[in-house]
Ligand binder design. Sequence first.
Ligand code: FAD
Ligand code: EPU
Length: 365
Amino acid sequence: MPMESSSPSNFLHFMTQFPLEVKQDVSLKTLNTFGLPVKAAQYVRFSQIEQIPLLIEMVSFDQQPFLILGGGSNLLFLDDYPGLVIKNDLKGISIERQNQSHVYLKAMAGENWEKFVEYCVEHGWGGLENLTLIPGNVGTGPMQNIGAYGVELKDTFHSLEALDIASGQIKTFYGEDCRFGYRESYFKKEGKGKFIILSVVFKLTRKDHDLKTSYGPVQKELQELKTSQVGIKDVMTAINRIRRSKLPDPQVLGNAGSFFKNPVLPQQQFQQLAERYPDIPGYQTQSTMVKTSAAWLIDQLGWKGYRQGDAGVHKKQALVLVNYGNAKGSEIMDLAYNIQKSVFENYGINLEPEVNIVGKTNYLD
Ligand code: FAD
Ligand code: EPU
């Protein structure tokens, strides 16, 4: 749906019919899961597609930095944000089309991911059950191709619509256009800051669903559920239990999930490490590459449970950095840097942050 945004009469129409309220000096404390008490110099929330022309005018006219905000669960603010924070609150779920085997389900970007997964499972639509309990919004899922327990968003992805900020056009992206990788996509790299994802379409199964339960902890949990025939709801329940047992609830303890990505190493480098550390976990990703566990590397160096002021390493999962209450973004960053340095010095591996860092830093990445 290409849109024109800049004819003055159109602009006036949108301004009066679909206004946007820009607020100044807005606290983002409850809008980021680290719970950092930062402020946005300007803040605007949009919930209707019709508000987009005005949004574009605002962004291009002001020439100030802007940041799209979803659920704030993968962001680390080092300081107050000096520009415009744009909260994407577009809502709605609809069936695009369906046949006997599949349903093509469209969700607007501002829908909550956890509720969306539950909604799909309740309707018996398979494919997203392993991605249960990941905080954030549907529209942010493609940003880093969210993944958990052997499934990634790309496995059920059909397409998305995104607003090209420079041209004001709404473009459709299919799987290949998004260049999904492990915690990566076009939108997190070259396309960063150029597009606002507006909606996503998933291709979900209606029957004969192929369950992904090969992860050891998932199998164990399913056995404990003692269900005669395992279905998508059981998988969701099992994974919910595992996640609740080791990941901190951001409502209780500020965090943004895994702070770093798991390193993917050339086979030879991994083999050399495995000779020195026979217990090091390794999962072959391609014929020449092995993914190892950042949590294991950090844990082995004694960081688990470490606390530096109010910034800490979670007691149950060494890859998750936490805010005990009053940590500043820069303090979490210092801790991350110290961990990164210690992993590099001991294993020669440079951990790459998964979390999106907002603000100035000399941090290696
Ligand atoms: P935000 O933090 O709001 O934004 C993240 C980035 O995307 C920012 O750069 C932002 O500018 C940009 N952005 C947001 N919305 C849009 C949009 N509509 N268009 C363009 N850019 C946009 N991730 C996993 O992959 N797997 C997990 O298992 C997992 N577990 C987690 C567990 C916990 C307890 C927590 C706190 C986080 C976890 N995460 C996990 C990370 C996080 O939940 C996901 O990355 C999630 O998709 C982030 O969504 P969000 O809406 O909160 O994004
Ligand atoms: N381990 C330790 N110490 C710890 C925790 C884990 O040694 O404190 C070791 C264990 O050997 C364990 C292995 O690390 O078997 C893997 O741990 P876990 O299953 O908890 O997974 P992870 O690799 O730490 C990844 C994702 C998570 C995702 C889970 C489940 C990344 C960066 N993280 O964590 O995603 O939920 O697998 O699939 O890939 C996120 O991205 O924010 C996130 C939480």
